[in-house]
Design a protein around this ligand. Sequence first.
Ligand code: MN
Ligand code: MN
Length: 498
Amino acid sequence: MRLLRHEWLDLARKLDWSYSYVQERSVFPEAISGRPWLEQAAWEDWDEPYRTSFGEYVSAQHEKEASIVAVREAVGRVGDFARHDRAWLSALKLHGATLPLAEFAAVIGNLRAARFGRDGAWRTMAALGALDELRHTQIPLAVLHDLVAWDAQFDFTHRLFHTDGWVAIAARHFADELLLGSNPVEFAVATNFVFETGFTNLQFVGLSAVAHAVGDRMFEKMVQSIQTDEARHAQIGGPVLRKLCEHDHAYAQFLVDKWFWRSFHFFAVVTGFAMDYLTPLPHRKQSFREFMDEWVLGQFERTLREYGLARPYYWDEFLASLDYYHHQAYASAYTYRATMWFDFTLPGPEERAWLAEKYPQSWPEFAPVWERISARWQAAGPDVEWFTHGVTPIGFCSLCQFPLCAGTPRRNAARVVEHEGRRLIFCSEPCRHFFEQEPERYAAHETVVERILAGKAPANLIALVRDYFGLSEDLWGKDAVHGRYDWLAGGAAPGSAE
Ligand code: MN
Ligand code: MN
């Protein structure tokens, strides 16, 4: 007798049984399965809309792989990438280095849920999620590997997370907690619900639209293909969060608040730089702020309401930071470009006019920063990188490990706190707040500055970059055209009165 799909599917994807010779609490210990700990019966109604079997998964994924291979053969060679603007290549280097190895950490988080998730269907989806994340690691590593011989900065696609550069330290601090250190309940809320439902559309749908405009079909195809997987396994988050809201509403709110804040900093740098600075002006569609409004804010607020959750308590501060944070971070990063593995562009008069129009509230505070940098390039002439480069190490947040960029050029948002005899500094009030909620998770971690003070890292910036961050002079970030901008050679810097 042949069974129809709906007759066998639940046996294949949602198989749970009662234990006769062992306690359920021993099979799923709270410490590794997460809290609140509930009997299996309480999870029985767990469901998600994709309802996929392993066989269906394998054939759908096979088609996606075949189509990536076809695009790679047509437009994925070194010569195809060499046609792109240098600034766009920097966006690829930034995305390429920060995402693929974090995706590999997500394999581990999913595998933990595939064993310790509390419902059979949840475990099945997490097992498929782990396979998804493995291809999200392998595809960019494979595509960008060919470029290493042509441009050695692409080596950081694989190398970044194995270095102690400040970006790697910040990215690991975030990704290790999000993907490696969380139990399946926190993983489902933090990764599947907040990160994947809330934010990955921004990076993968938003940036693929930009890639389309730029004419980078390989990158467009790659991130689109990845996003189709994210959209599926992100569905794990909702039903877990719903259960959490029923049984421990305060904990649900805490996890959402914490992970929204932490994820925002990550995306503000990775997506914010790409959209507002590294995409060549003629190809820009929307600003980072407009993308956040369209792809994140409305949808996220609506979803929170559906779960009976409130907006995070720092919402006003968060909205204000959409006009500032990534601009502060980019100006800092440009000024310390030798600490990174990709090159930076100086926004010229047309870019600044675009930014002024998109950020009428905050840009007047940033324009003078770029006027000053332009004036120094003019004074020094092309190729004199160090004349527009910072020379002393800067401060980093004791929670997020990013530079202290959460204020505005006029208002310092940093918070200093005494913790067990140590003076800690936080970029913002929410970073302080989340540290103090779980100090046992974070207190042992040292910022770059603490490593320098402890004699573990050199204080001299060049020694720090070379010996500790793992960047040699041929690899570290420079101005993309070494200061040879037509508009800069032609006379006064835009807006400067001299
Ligand atoms: Mn992924
Ligand atoms: Mn994912």
